[in-house]
Design a protein. Structure first.
Length: 460
């Protein structure tokens, strides 16, 4: 008779948890997955997928506006927000059923409820206890907001995906990828958008030239961006709407206030302290290179570890655990050169080191190549928006350290270049590659002139 009820219990049915459970089950492991909400997690239900669907919807505004330059006569378009939200929700329901089916087909038992540790091998769900040889924590993360007066009036990205109606004007607090993506979404649907950020530029951690270029294009689209703005309080107006007060005396009125100032790991109330699983000051589960916690049979993947909070990373981490534990194929997730995208308007794609990171690691022996141009489509549409591309190269080895792009199809283009960066391709290899003409992507293999950044004048 088995010593435990299951070989593995997974807490959380998001992308990482589902991927690990499915693969482990396919290898014959007895697996259960515990979820207190819907199957699919943040990415499928409250993040990547619904957000991208809204991004697609917002982009039609550009398509209608640009059509005239190509000879089309388009009647004044009408947009119905509830119709889009209804279609989006129908698609999410479909995806959830696919996830449920895939789990069941892999022999994974779905347990509804909140999983709480009793001991290193026991989980309690709704008063019932289950045991497992190994336990995987894949509980994800949640939006966080600061403790300031009036914070109860704001929404997060969760609520923004299901608004009953579009606001006339919205204030978005935050400068990260969620904030800039929703700024583009709401602006595309015709809302007035004001974005408040604490830093000097958007998207902290991304390449500086990308950050500056995106801010320029967003402002050109009519989005107000206020830098070094700290919100001190939010007041609900007597009739409707809200007023946001900042540290520099601003009073900004809007129909809606959205906060996108970060996310925190879902570890509260899991009973981690009782079983010796260590977390950092943010509550993130601490793991080693094998995704293992300080307790030998307890693992963690994805946003709950607060490292690279990207869906494909969580999936890869989860699959690595299944391979290691149940397929005699030890795998460590490689977190280097992970590509990512920001579905802003225009979008960003990036892989590898930023220029600042490269110079910090390799000193002054770093070569930079840049291209900034008006995409061919914009020449007839009359749109002034420009694409920006950048290569960061190790001057000694000639290896391409980073590829960065702002412009249409940037995520699609960077995905292909990520393979080259991962393989250690050199700038010479890029130069020897024939470009596809006419395309924006060909600029990555035709950049020949090194960019020399102007030096600031020395103080007298």
């Amino acid at each position: 008779m088995p010593r435990y009820d299951f070989d593995m219990i997974t807490i959380g049915a998001g992308s990482g948890g589902v991927a690990s459970s499915r693969r482990a089950g396919s290898y014959g492991a007895r697996v259960a997955i515990v979820e207190e909400s819907r199957i699919g997690g943040t990415c499928v239900l409250r993040g990547c997928v619904p957000k991208k669907l809204l991004v697609y919807g917002a982009q039609f505004a550009d398509a209608f506006a640009d059509a005239a330059g190509f000879g089309w006569t388009v009647a004044p378009p009408k947009f119905d927000w509830p119709s889009l939200i209804g279609a989006k929700n129908k698609e999410l329901d479909r995806l959830e059923q696919i996830y449920i089916t895939m789990l069941k087909n892999s022999g994974v038992e779905i347990i509804e409820g909140r999983g709480i540790f009793v001991d290193p091998h026991t989980i309690e769900v709704a008063g019932r206890r289950y045991t497992a040889e190994n336990i995987l924590i894949a509980s994800g993360g949640h939006p966080t907001v600061p403790d300031i007066p009036g914070i109860e009036h704001v929404i997060s990205s969760n609520e923004a995906l299901d608004l009953p109606k579009l606001p006339r004007k919205i204030v978005i607090v935050g400068g990260g990828y969620i904030a800039v993506e929703f700024a583009g979404i709401f602006r595309g649907f015709g809302c007035e958008v004001v974005e408040l950020i604490r830093r000097e530029e958007l998207l902290y951690g991304f390449d500086d030239d990308l950050r500056v270029s995106l801010a320029l294009e967003m402002r050109n689209r009519g989005i107000e961006i206020h830098t070094r703005a700290h919100v001190t309080r939010i007041e609900k107006d007597r009739r409707e709407g809200y007023t946001v007060f900042t540290n520099i005396g601003q009073e900004i009125s809007a129909d809606l206030v959205m906060y996108a100032t970060g996310r925190g790991p879902n570890t509260k109330g899991l009973g981690l302290d009782a079983v010796g699983v260590k977390t950092n000051d943010k509550g993130a589960v601490q793991v080693d290179e094998w995704q293992k916690t300080g307790v030998p049979n307890i693992y963690a993947v994805g946003d709950v570890t607060d490292r690279l909070n990207l869906t494909p990373v969580a999936i890869a981490e989860g699959r690595a655990i299944a391979e290691t534990l149940y397929n005699d194929n030890p795998i460590k997730m490689d977190h280097a050169d992970v590509p990512t995208a920001v579905f802003s308007n225009p979008p960003i794609g990036t892989v590898g080191l930023t220029e600042e990171q490269a110079r910090h690691r390799y000193g002054d022996d770093v070569d930079v190549y840049c291209a900034r141009f008006r995409p061919m489509k914009n020449t007839l549409s009359g749109r002034e928006e420009r694409t920006f591309m950048k290569l960061v190269v190790d001057g000694r080895s000639d290896r391409v350290l980073g590829c960065h792009m702002l412009g249409p199809d940037a995520p699609e283009i960077i995905q292909g270049l990520a393979v080259a960066v991962k393989c250690g391709a050199s700038k010479k290899m890029f130069d020897q590659t024939i470009g596809i003409h006419p395309s924006a992507a060909e600029e990555f293999v035709t950049m020949r002139e090194k960019f020399v950044r102007p030096q600031k004048a020395a103080a007298e």
